[in-house]
Design a protein around this ligand. Sequence first.
Ligand code: NAD
Length: 555
Amino acid sequence: MSDLYERYVVNHPYTGVDLHTKGWEQEAALRMLLNNLHENVAERPEDLVVYGGIGKAARNWQAFENIVQSLKRLESNETLLIQSGKPVAIFRTHSQAPRVLIANSNLVPSRATWDHFHELDRKGLMMYGQMTAGSWIYIGSQGIVQGTYETFAECARQHFSGTLKGTLTVTSGLGGMGGAQPLAVSLNEGVSLCIEADPQRIQKRIETHYLDRMIEDIDEAIREVNEAKLAGIPLSIGVPGNAADLLPELLRKGVVPDIVTDQTSAHDPLNGYIPSGFTVEEAERLRSVSPDEYCKRSTESMAIHVKTMLEMQDKGSIAFDYGNNIRQVAYDQGVMNAFSIKGFVPEYIRPQFCEGKGPFRWVALSGDEEDIRKIDERMLKEFKDNKHLCHWIKMAQNKIAFQGLPARICWLGYGERARFGTIINEMVASGELAAPIVIGRDHLDAGSVASPNRETENMLDGSDAIADWPILNALVNAVGGASWISFHHGGGVGMGYSLHAGMVIVADGTKSAEERLSRVLTTDPGMGVVRHADAGYPTAIKFARDNGIDMPSLD
Ligand code: NAD
């Protein structure tokens, strides 16, 4: 294990108000890189793996150290370039330009396959950045929990008269993102049974307060969830096992859940999905000895997994794909009706995207939880008429434990983000907060992704695969002056299936930050509204018109 791991991850050295770099933007990038690998945040920090199968923060430990040293010497009129997790150049730019530009895992379309990626990865030429792993704005399961909550809440509104009380959700995968599912179901008052191949992951979710209990025996787990369902009491149970085995077993035992979904890392057949019949350790051995055999077995297991979800759907379960591309894998294995399971974005989330809403977040660089609490209070005051938002903040305060640097996730949209970003900057300027705040979002956002099996599935005008949008998003945010910008390939759904952009900006209390915040936090969600208005969504068109967004081709 690298001594850098000991120095930077285990001892996690950088919080407080003293700089270790030449400016707060560089400091923010450094602290967020380290935070991505914080042992309470990352899934396998010793391997630089943050989440999402093999989503990494840096290509290797040498590249990691070079990034750290580059950020330490980076001037406030320079820009550092990162190519798939390795720092490759520092150029003189100007003070309002991004301090860091990141491109991860991008391949030309004809070579955009896992096989080609793995070949380059083995040669040390690339890394997989997933979404926020390689773009240094991952904040642990808390980063997805509101999106997961909103998804289940909308599912409840559409199918269960507004609450999951008295319902059972069965899902699989309790990793970095999937681990948010049990808490999100509980927050919607429901009961969940979560199948997870790696008992250590179950343990981690219990320790971070996302899951109530682990029960090894499936019959006992069924008994417990049924009792809680009948009593209408929220409960989440993790069961160790393989989804391709336990899901069919549930059906054999007559369990037809109210909701069935899945968040194993199916997007990556080699590193993300454990084949049926293998423990985590056995899977690791097979993966290194015979990757082809591994993929054959994992994809066969995924076909069984999806067939069982389809069977449950036929018997009355509400089944939905949760953004891991498992339907595509099953389809390629001959499950021709795999896509009759609907995707979560067109089913539940797209109306929010039409208003530029998505997983917006902020992080206290001081490491002081008080900073987040003060921002919460200000938010409750500023948005007091928005009941849904206030409900979320109060619930988050009570139910979501901090992981790594204190952070808050909050789905804000066009107008709201710019307004609140400048308020945060004022709070830093006045000395109310201990240190600057870093503001960012997931790549899974309104106008930053092209992903035909996920964020852009089934667009009204058929524009699902058009990837001009995330490129425009990255470019406009860069010229607007974001602190760092990233452009990735393959996040969420794997190689060949997505292109997406990330954005992070620092509120350091300066006048310059105020200008940049109001520009970038307008263009970024603005791209979400524009993307959906251009595709013909009536709510996005109306929203664009009502808010004066200038779209020359709209009329
Ligand atoms: P992760 O790699 O951290 O976790 C995946 C988990 O699945 C691991 O704990 C693993 O042990 C478990 N697993 C693998 N195969 C299994 C099997 N056969 N049976 C039971 N458990 C198994 O990944 P993550 O960050 O949690 O993401 C999970 C998936 O969700 C990814 O494909 C990711 O791209 C996708 N995702 C979706 C959203 C969304 O909002 N819908 C957001 C982020 C990520």
